[in-house]
Write a protein that binds this ligand. Sequence first.
Ligand code: FAD
Length: 396
Amino acid sequence: MAKMVIVGGGIGGLAAALAVSRRGHRAVVLERADEFAEIGAGIQLAPNGLNALDRLGLGDAVRARAVHIDELRFMDGVTGAHVASMPLTGTYRSRFGNPYVVAHRGELHRLLLDACRRSAAIELRAGSRATGYRQDGSGATVLLDGGGRATGDAVIGADGIRSSIRRQLVGDGEPRVSGITVYRTVIPMERVPEELRWNAVTWWAGPGRHFVHYAIAGGRYLNLAPSVENGVTESFAGVPVDRERVRRTFAALDETPQRLLALGEDWKSWVLVDRDPVDHWTDGRVALLGDAAHPMLHYAAQGACQALEDAVVLGDLLDDDTDAIPGRLEKYNAERRDRTARITHAARESTRLWHPAGAQAKARNAMLSALSGTDLHDHVAWMHGAHESGSAGARR
Ligand SMILES: Cc1cc2nc3c(=O)[nH]c(=O)nc-3n(C[C@H](O)[C@H](O)[C@H](O)COP(=O)(O)OP(=O)(O)OC[C@H]3O[C@@H](n4cnc5c(N)ncnc54)[C@H](O)[C@@H]3O)c2cc1C
């Protein structure tokens, strides 16, 4: 039995603790905040994320609480015309083994946390901020702010995009600022005109900007998330912004998306950041997981799904031979590297599809509208479905 010290009690860190405990190992989770909690509204989970949650024993609980989405709907945000829809029912669900859902981020975190609390093999330590790590041939130690330490057979850095473990292990400085600002708010569904209450994740694509919305919290709220490429160079998170500014920024969009945007009141803004993929995220008995390993723009809606997949793959690779841990962590890194790098690039490139203007937008619409539902499923199969290696073990 191995003892894993996991830094970070977000979705990735808790999933990793569960995955290793389900394989008979012990885990200590160190969280810098005074309590284990997660804020935020909706989180989209494609079948690959739910396949990983099934492996952690939480698929049923998440499916029971989530909004099951019927389609991904792509609209021309300037003309208001419907361009294409990818159905997410019927063959999509049977092909990929699960529905496409929107879960409440806090609820998903709570389910993971409750499952960790029920496990005698998992110890949760809040108020524990990691500053770095040390290791020798037989173990690895997390160094804590204030002088404490936590030692185990391995350390997993699941401490997010500004990971302290990554800083020492990879040393690639601050995240890359994308030049894009996203605005977010939620509105009660009863304020949404009935004819716009679609059970779809909807994109309104416009020049240099787009607007996404979908239902959350069992359909009681609509999550609004418009983004603009504005060349912003400094990163910030959760800064309040007035509704008039949001209205002006998206004034070029058609009347229907503008009607929805006008319903938003308490807007906050974030600058989107990510990192260039790296090949190596292990160092002996230390490895990274989730956003600490491969932070990506949220445009592919896959960051949490990939953290869940990481956790399951890691759990599957560990065995009782603690001397073999460095090799197992290398294997975990090798299994996860190409897939997560491909999604990081796909998320960045999505703006090339969403943000063109004029003739290019028309060509894009013609291309998308010619695709059948099956064509669209083929297009996302590598991401939403099972694959040969590192598929969260869903088919193992
Ligand atoms: C706007 C937005 C929308 C998104 N939408 C989706 C979506 O629809 N679908 C999807 O799959 N993903 C989505 N994502 C991505 C997803 O939220 C992240 O990929 C996921 O939360 C990463 O989880 P994590 O546990 O790796 O990192 P985090 O959630 O960042 O958790 C890291 C944890 O480590 C703790 N920590 C940090 N530093 C230390 C330290 N030094 N010591 C101890 N603890 C520390 C933090 O307090 C935190 O609890 C979205 C992201 C954003 C920004």
